[in-house]
Design a protein around this ligand. Structure first.
Ligand code: NI
Ligand code: MN
Length: 225
């Protein structure tokens, strides 16, 4: 699996030529290295309705004609803006695609769309492929569900928010990794804005001291997992 970090909680996961775009937030991101109009994807996942997760969703979905996987309420919002290839699922459900399955799971957070419209409940996704099982937590607090995912879902790699204030911070993310039984973590939702700036060396050391690996990817660079 190739992972390209686009900044904040936005990634492209590429599996056997299929590109999955997570939580598109590029145009308003001061740290972005790419332009939304240059992004190609086959599938888009949206975890919740906040601006910093949906900013470029409509424009990218319109241009690429990708399949958008999100919850029912955000799916309706996309439909109302002319996006038709939407799978509006809900927590606990699985969606099958050519390279595996995508399960929608809980996240402890809030959710509304940029226009104030109700966005249903926030989510994370467990993406299971032949190569790797990846947990994309979305925006969330530490929660006991992570222990269940660890016991039940065989997670190889976790994409966890670490910026604090709006989501988990470093200490809770490390506890999450333990509960997920997942040694390898990619940090997200940090450094984009002043209130979520972190000390990267200190964060990595906290993980390393407990035998875990915190990867803080450079924006715009492909990494193989
Ligand atoms: Ni949020
Ligand atoms: Mn957010």
């Amino acid at each position: 699996m190739t992972i390209n970090y686009l900044g904040h909680s936005c990634f492209i996961l590429e599996i056997n030529g299929t590109k999955i775009l997570l939580d598109p937030f590029i145009t308003p991101n001061p740290l972005a290295k790419t332009k939304a109009e240059d992004i190609a994807c086959d599938i888009m996942l949206i975890s919740h309705g906040h601006e910093d997760h949906v900013a470029d969703a409509v424009s990218i979905a319109k241009r690429t004609q990708c399949e958008v996987i999100t919850n029912f309420e955000i799916g309706n919002w996309l439909n109302s803006q002319g996006i038709e290839k939407v799978v509006g699922m809900n927590h606990g459900g699985n969606y099958n695609f050519a390279q595996g399955t995508i399960k929608m799971v809980n996240a402890v957070h809030s959710s509304s769309l940029p226009d104030g419209r109700y966005a249903g409940n926030p989510a994370g996704f467990i993406i299971k492929t032949e190569a790797l099982n990846v947990y994309f937590a979305g925006d969330t607090a530490l929660m006991m569900d992570m222990k269940l995912f660890g016991e039940y879902e065989n997670i190889d790699l976790s994409l966890l928010p670490i910026g604090d204030l709006f989501t988990m911070g470093i200490d809770d993310a490390l506890k999450a990794a333990e509960m997920l039984q997942c040694k390898k973590v990619i940090g997200m939702h940090y450094d984009t804005f002043a209130p979520i700036e972190i000390n990267k060396d200190e964060a990595k050391k906290k993980f390393a001291d407990k035998g875990y690996e915190l990867n803080l990817l450079e924006i715009g660079i492909n990494t193989e997992y």
